[in-house]
Design a protein around this ligand. Structure first.
Ligand code: ADP
Ligand code: MG
Length: 394
């Protein structure tokens, strides 16, 4: 068991370097579109304030190359000022004398947000000299950034190697919930996989196949599986290099007596037709490109979802960004939301789809990490969790 923020004694007056994931979606003008990640970081921040620590917040935002004012964390400091009961300050530098000075003048319970850590090249390259510069600022490191725990960066990984450390409440919640779901699932356990990137999800699917009863495959990746099963898919996206893997997955599933469901009808467009109006077909031929699952498939998938005791969903069932092709994803999301099963949704696009549809409040666990969630399920851990000290049994 990893040491958590609650295991840290005598926090009063200590400078805690808290790595959070404030990587929120922004619009063109830099307006925050969704503050979920900020809200989810609050329990750990508030706990540290209560314990009278000096809280130094570290986060990244986007993938800037050097300084970029549109990726500044300043707007997030403004939000925190409204949400937190103590003084919140912002530093436009993350290392150096100036920051050290500011920290020296913090009162117990104050919060200081450092500027986007990815403005520094040493973050993503995990430069240990940079990590040391950051470590110098505080007494203890707490990692609550589950969404980037699969990336070995200076303030997610490097710093944990050189100073006392622990995980925060959000990290603990995600680890416990995902571990429980995979190690101790409730049956029938229905796994729904969609989206793209078949290759990137093979290990993930294999791992879930071991514990799931039913595997439902939709989204762009379904066409690779349909090709592997001998069906024609017209001009729909297929990942040629993954057809063999798809065949392996199907064979393993059948040999283990698992149920696998693939789409039986599709919402598609005829590429060569002038009319770009989608049509529903059962057989994809010629110039047809499928962008969503059809009504028969929705019913097939829903019937399975209704019998589940546990559901894990990753990957939209169609090209949901386009209103014409959101239908399948919407119906399946609603079915998951209204089912009595314990439900988990993970994956960057899946989480934004469920928010767009508006049923995120009816999901038991929305895993905040996109890639991190997949990697955690694949490997039962992540590098930035591994590096945290174990709880010392007294
Ligand atoms: P997640 O981020 O949840 O893991 P992915 O990144 O794997 O999901 O996949 C999401 C993408 O898959 C979306 O951009 C969506 O438009 C696309 N997609 C899903 N189904 C289809 C389809 N039938 N045709 C084209 N694109 C699709
Ligand atoms: Mg994605």
């Amino acid at each position: 068991m990893k040491r958590t923020v609650e295991d840290l004694a005598n926090l009063k007056g200590k400078v805690v370097l808290l790595r959070v994931d404030f990587n929120v979606p922004l619009d063109e003008g830099g307006k925050i579109l969704d503050a979920t990640r900020i809200m989810q970081s609050l329990p750990t921040i508030k706990y540290l304030i209560e314990k009278q620590a000096k809280v130094v917040l570290i986060s990244h935002l986007g993938r800037p190359e050097g300084y970029d004012i549109r990726k500044s964390l300043w707007p997030i400091a403004l939000i925190l000022m409204r949400l937190l009961p103590t003084s919140v300050y912002f530093s436009n530098k993350a290392i150096g004398k100036e920051v050290e000075e500011r920290i020296k003048h913090m009162k117990n319970g104050d919060v200081l947000l450092l500027e986007n850590i990815r403005f520094y090249e040493g973050e993503a390259s995990c430069d240990m000299n940079f990590a040391k510069e950051i470590a110098k600022l505080g007494d203890v490191f707490v990692n609550d950034a589950f969404g980037v725990a699969h990336r070995e960066h200076a303030t997610t990984y490097g710093i944990a190697r050189i100073m006392p450390n622990a995980i925060g409440f959000l990290m603990k919640k995600e680890i416990t919930a995902l571990q429980g779901a995979v190690e101790n699932p409730k049956h029938p356990f229905v796994v729904i996989i969609g989206g793209a990137k078949v290759k990137g999800k093979i290990k993930f699917i294999m791992k879930l196949l071991e514990v799931a009863d039913t595997l439902i495959i939709g989204g762009a990746m379904a066409y690779t599986f349909l090709v592997a099963s001998g069906y024609s898919v017209g001009q729909s996206i297929i990942y040629d290099d993954s057809v063999e893997y798809a065949r392996d997955i199907l064979n393993i599933a059948y040999s283990q007596g698992k149920k696998i469901l693939l789409p039986i009808d599709h919402v598609c467009i005829r590429e060569n037709s002038k009319k770009k109006k989608p049509i529903v077909v059962s057989n994809l031929i010629d110039d047809m490109v499928a962008y969503d699952i059809g009504p028969k498939t929705i019913k097939l998938f829903k019937d399975e979802i209704n019998q589940a005791k546990q559901i894990l969903w990753n990957g939209p069932l169609g090209k949901y960004e386009d209103e014409r092709f959101i239908g399948g994803t919407k119906e399946i999301a609603k079915a998951i939301a209204s089912s009595k099963a314990y439900s988990i949704v993970g994956g960057g696009d899946s989480v934004s789809a469920i928010k767009k549809i508006g049923c995120e409040n009816k999901i038991d666990l929305i895993s905040t990490g996109g890639g991190a969630t997949l990697k955690f399920i694949e490997n039962d851990t992540l590098p930035c969790i591994d590096v945290i000290q174990e709880k010392i049994k007294l």
